[in-house]
Design a protein around this ligand. Structure first.
Ligand code: DGL
Length: 284
């Protein structure tokens, strides 16, 4: 056993004591361009109920899918700094478009764990019987090199069709996900895929799980629809454990919501999607 002097022993004991006392109740920052990331936040809230969550919807700048990589990176950095000022212990980029365009540079610039959204291409390619998979994404994701490399890497021996869905995020943000306009738009995007024999659809934008029922209605039961909230939550759980950041308190955590374009209509949309009462604050 190595010999330790009195000062070393004292400092070891004080480190151990503070580790025992730390409850790690600092919040986890979660953000998206709008309400899409709520599908991820909901899963995290259900499975890690002790954690405190801060959710930011950058609605003033939505849709990210129509913006440049530089603009998205600027927004992501600003929101990440805002979380850090609020002592966030980890950040979840609950947005595919922001993940592929900005997560690598974000990870280089900050020291807390950053969890992104990776579309389920690999499991979809393995599960597809026809070996025909489609991935629904925003325009900015469809054009991104990191995303295209991911598709090539994980497509296995399946054909992966990339389907951009411009306009869909805007309809969801306007609470028009059950409207005839939304059904028509989705039908226009999905029909050609079905005609090509696609039997597995990957949702490559966190807004799209909010229209999963409609996608199911159009495609029928024989088409499998895959989303990513569960794997993201599991990855967050692993990262918190690895960095000794799991909230050890026995209290139920809180979720605080922010929007960069607050309005009573948006608050109603949040409440509807979250399926419970909430307070929506103005960001910043
Ligand atoms: N929810 C987003 C995503 O996952 C962003 C969509 C957008 O703002 O265009 O890609």
């Amino acid at each position: 056993m190595p010999t330790q002097n009195k000062a070393d022993i004292k400092s070891t004991i004080s480190t151990l004591k503070s580790e025992l006392q730390a409850t790690n109740d600092e919040p986890i920052g979660i953000f998206d361009s709008g309400v899409g990331g709520l599908s991820i936040a909901q899963c995290i809230n259900q499975q890690l109920p002790n954690e405190n969550l801060l959710y930011v919807a950058d609605t003033l700048h939505a849709p990210y899918g129509e913006k440049s990589a530089e603009f998205i990176q600027q927004r992501v950095n600003e929101i990440a700094q805002w979380f850090i000022k609020r002592k966030a212990k980890a950040i979840v980029v609950a947005c595919n478009t922001a993940t592929v365009n900005a997560i690598d540079q974000l990870r280089k610039n900050i020291s807390i764990p950053v969890i992104g959204v990776e579309p389920a291409i690999k499991p979809a390619a393995n599960l597809s019987k026809n070996k025909k998979v489609a991935i629904l994404v925003t325009k900015a994701t469809a054009e991104n090199q990191r995303f295209l490399a991911l598709v090539t890497q994980y497509s296995n021996n399946s054909e992966v069709i990339i389907q951009p869905c411009p306009g869909l995020v805007e309809l969801i943000e306007q609470d028009m996900k059950n409207s005839p306009e939304c059904k028509l738009m989705l039908t226009t995007y999905l029909m050609p895929l079905l005609e090509k024999g696609v039997d597995t659809i990957v949702l490559g934008c966190t807004h799209y799980p909010l229209v999963k029922n409609l996608i199911g209605e159009i495609c029928g039961d024989s088409v499998m629809v895959m989303e990513t909230a569960q794997p993201v939550t599991e990855q967050l759980q692993r990262q918190l454990a690895l960095h000794k950041l799991v909230n050890l308190s026995n209290n139920l955590g809180t979720t605080t919501f922010y929007s960069s374009k607050y309005s009573p209509t948006q608050r109603a949309l949040f409440t509807h999607i979250w399926q419970g009462p909430l307070i929506l604050n103005s960001y910043p």
